[in-house]
Design a protein around this ligand. Structure first.
Ligand code: ADP
Length: 598
């Protein structure tokens, strides 16, 4: 998963903030909780600002020479005030955290749901242009960045800002001379500290990168050791490795110098500054310029303000990352989706006859526009016919299947279904009439029952069993101890290729489509399994228009029409008998090849 620290930071401009502010739209009816949380946040900030004052009052008593009783009386009062203050702060903090977590989690729920609902409706071109796994991990990194920022960073940023501004204001009122001294020292030190920290982090990241690079060299060269040896490149590899390892030392030393300098800086400048400020405060006290309690509270304010200044950049960086993350999530939410009707009822649609015609279809994938995958492809399938698509790998057979399913639209030409351009059907209606039995069947984690019911979620128990029987899957399913409840997929049992195909066939039986797309498995199943799959497919194809991406001669021979594709063009069409007669024909030579292989 992408690490949160690696997420890019975005400059906080008015524009980027305005964009990111759209995220508040996802808070919805929980908005009041956010504002109440803010109120508690201000409460904790205010309590934090009162604390140094009371502490000063308490500790200032040490320097006083009043009577013991009077001193004790004041001490008791201030002590109780401090206790009340802490109690208030405890309550405020509790509710602040509670409310912020509540708002954030509810907001993230809406955001996650919206993103997923978008993603699943994106067109295929969206997915073919992106690494899906990478997209998934990026979205989850972005969302967890938003989560952290909303639960912690924003609150901390505001609280620390309050403490800095409030603390400095109070110090100014206590003694302008102290304020001047402090303001000229603390921010400088805080900024240098942050700068050092960042530099050290950068260097250590570079060192890690170099170490990783050196490991790659070792890994690659050992894996390809026969290459290294056959080319007698041992010296070359050694030199390469030595270069990188020496570079590690150089970088690590740079890091060492920075860290050493940082420690020296802390020891001398930071402690020096603290000593100087305390010395100055004591001097003012001795000169009678400030009261002892003011002296103490001043010291507390200084420590608090310094701490907040030191913490601010990190919170700021977190917010910057979250703004970037929000922008990316919203970009995703703004991508165009397919026009899918989420509430459609498959039962109410009229059944297609199943006539499919490609009329002069040319196509190139959106991700590779300059490469024409299909060129003027034309053919026609009458209702109920079986069309075999034959051709070398990469010739465009699967692309034709994708166009029938309208995963993509033709660049020119038309796909005509039952006499109407397929673009004119609602997408959901169109696809509800089609089923695909792919070469490599993906089963979802879940039971066999759920996997079959995927063909029609509303199917009854009896229908599922019937479908399994028609797909020749019933017997093997019943041979498992848990039968239809057997878990499959990653965490369940692994089914053989033939068994998975039969589950996919059962899905298609349930869906009862008028147009069927079959991608025959290239890797051969064992002959018994193949017979069962073949038989189930033949039953499934009855009464439907079927397109078979065919690898087996037997399938091709029985097809009503064979379409031979080469490099995206239809080269031959006809029945087996017709095509086999063409001298120098592609089909003829392909069949011959296969006969020889068999
Ligand atoms: P076949 O099914 O006959 O093996 P395909 O239809 O899968 O052939 O591929 C036809 C051509 O289209 C190939 O050159 C392939 O590289 C290209 N292609 C397939 N899918 C995509 C895609 N999603 N994006 C870009 N090019 C693709």
């Amino acid at each position: 998963m992408a690490k949160k620290e690696d997420l890019p930071k975005v400059k906080l401009t008015r524009d980027s903030l305005r964009k990111a502010a759209r995220i508040f739209g996802f808070i919805g009816r929980h908005k009041w909780k956010f504002f109440l949380g803010m109120f508690f946040l201000v409460g904790t900030g205010a309590a934090a600002l009162i604390f140094p004052k009371l502490m000063g009052d308490l500790m200032g008593l040490i320097g006083k020479s009043d009577s013991a009783d009077a001193l004790l009386g004041v001490a008791n009062t201030v002590g109780i005030q401090l206790l009340i203050l802490f109690a208030a702060q405890a309550v405020f903090s509790f509710f602040r955290v509670l409310l912020f977590v509540n708002v954030t989690e509810n907001m993230l729920k809406s955001l996650r749901q919206a993103v997923y609902a978008r993603l699943i409706r994106m067109p295929m071109s969206f997915f073919s242009q992106r690494q899906v796994a990478e997209l998934n991990s990026r979205v989850s990194a972005d969302i967890s960045q938003i989560q952290e920022t909303f639960t912690t960073s924003i609150a901390e940023f505001l609280r620390q800002s309050m403490i800095i501004i409030g603390g400095i204001t109070i110090i100014c009122f206590t003694s302008y001379r102290l304020a001047l001294v402090m303001l000229s020292i603390i921010p400088v030190l805080a900024i240098i500290t942050v700068f050092f920290g960042r530099r050290i982090r950068n260097i250590s990241r570079n060192v890690q990168d170099k170490v990783a690079e050196s490991n790659v060299i070792v890994g690659e060269s050992l894996q390809g050791i026969s290459n290294v040896k056959s080319f007698t490149n041992e010296t070359y590899e050694t030199a390469r490795y030595n270069r990188v390892t020496s570079e590690i030392v150089r970088l690590a030393m740079k890091g060492g110098i920075a860290r050493g300098a940082f420690f020296s800086f802390i020891i001398f400048c930071l402690f020096g500054a603290i000593v100087f400020i305390i010395w100055y405060v004591v001097k003012l006290k001795v000169d009678g310029v400030i009261a002892p309690e003011d002296m103490m509270s001043f010291l507390f304010y200084t420590v608090m303000v310094a701490g907040s200044i030191g913490g601010l950049p990190e919170q700021y960086a977190q917010i910057q990352r979250a703004v970037g993350a929000t922008e990316r999530v919203f970009d995703l939410l703004e991508e165009g989706t397919e026009n899918i009707d989420l509430d459609h009822k498959p039962e109410v649609l009229k059944r297609f006859a199943g006539e499919v015609e490609f009329r002069d279809v040319s196509f190139s994938y959106p991700s590779r526009k300059d490469f024409t995958v299909l060129r003027s492809v034309s053919f026609k399938a009458l209702p109920g016919q079986t069309i075999a698509l034959v051709g070398p790998s990469g010739s465009g057979k699967s692309t034709i299947a994708s166009l029938i399913l309208r995963f993509y639209d033709p660049v020119s030409g038309q796909v005509i279904i039952d006499g109407k351009n397929s673009l004119d059907y609602p997408l959901t209606e169109l696809r509800s009439q089609m089923a695909i039995v792919p070469q490599d069947v993906l089963l979802f984690g879940g039971s066999i029952r759920e996997n079959i019911a995927y063909g029609r979620i509303s199917a009854s128990e009896a229908e599922i069993i019937e479908a399994a029987k028609k797909a020749n899957a019933y017997d093997f399913i019943m041979s498992f101890p848990e039968r239809f409840e057997t878990k499959v997929g990653e965490r369940g049992i692994q089914l053989s290729g033939g068994q998975r195909q039969r589950i996919a066939i059962a899905r298609a039986v349930l869906k009862d489509p008028s147009i069927l797309i079959l991608d025959e498995a290239t890797s051969s199943l064992d002959s018994e399994s193949e017979r069962l799959v073949q038989e189930a497919l033949e039953k499934l194809m009855v009464g439907r228009t079927s397109f078979v991406i065919a690898h087996r001669l037997s399938t091709v021979r029985n097809a009503d029409r064979i379409v031979v594709i080469d490099k995206g063009e239809v080269r031959e069409t006809g029945t087996h008998e017709e095509l086999i007669r063409i001298e120098d024909g592609i089909y003829r030579s392909l069949t011959r090849l296969q006969l020889e292989l068999d």
